[in-house]
Design a protein around this ligand. Sequence first.
Ligand code: PEP
Ligand code: MN
Length: 339
Amino acid sequence: MWIELDTDADVGSVKGDLQRLGLWTQSVLSEAGRPLGFWVLEHSAHVDSDAVRAVEGVARVGVGDSLHPRVDAQGGRACVVAGVTLGANAPILLAGPCSIESEAQIFRAAEMVREAGGRFLRGGAFKPRTSPYAFHGHGIPALRWLRDAADRHDLGVVTEVLGEADVEPVAEVADILQVGARNMQNFALLAQVGAVGKPVLLKRGMAASVQEWLLAAEHLLAAGSGHVVFCERGIRGFDTVTRNVLDLASVALMRHVHQQVVIVDPSHAVGRRDLVVPMCAAALAAGADGLLVEVHPNATVARSDGPQALGRDLLADVASVVGKYAAAGRPAQATGTRS
Ligand code: PEP
Ligand code: MN
């Protein structure tokens, strides 16, 4: 059961009244620390929802059979992080190299991202690679370079947590922790990442249904994550002309039906730089709240995902697509989803 508070409720007194009814609760706060409401814990007494509704200070009581009540509760709410609002009117650009290859490379990338109006610098210090012989990232030293480069250009940081041992060092530098496609259903990792309490960018697994994606987010929120931002990065198809299939219908569903903050990563979806800009436009038209794109100051020497990395010119094209949507405001809710 979800209990939403009136904005001027006396939180202590509501909690006390609920306890007298036999309800044990866990508080939910807004990003600004304002109490929003309570989750009723499992071992509580069974109480009629009308009795809960009658408690002074209670605005709304939710008793549904949704499998992801915490995801539902964050629906319609923006994610405010590092002074940036994801899920407001204007789309946000998050960009950076696939891997952090050197201090110089990430500083040059950060400059490119800032020049394009990006708000977050992305880059992998811990890289999931299909081959055990490929470059797996520089690890902890790269996290420091990433933070310093982002700070130099007033950018937030998003970077991937690959394993449980990385949670602590990544949480120290990242504003948003990324859980990659390959780890979307690594439930032990989700519990640890969620417990950090920071926002998480949850990539959709390459063969994951939307329901599985929502439930993975529920794991993160149940463990304490501040907000889960969904990231569609393409799912496996039969054709190899593009790396994956960019499932924009799911983006529209997440945004218009589930009211979630959703980001699109066209880079991993198409795997080739010539298709990234049109897919950025398509993603924003579908309702995405932002774009996560890979860039490189010199893609010909990139140690991972070079073919999809954008240089300055294509990144400027992405920036102009973002600018168009920022000026026009986010697309109206799709008519079919209006009740
Ligand atoms: C990445 O963002 O660099 C990455 C590895 O992405 P994905 O998990 O979507 O493959
Ligand atoms: Mn990559």
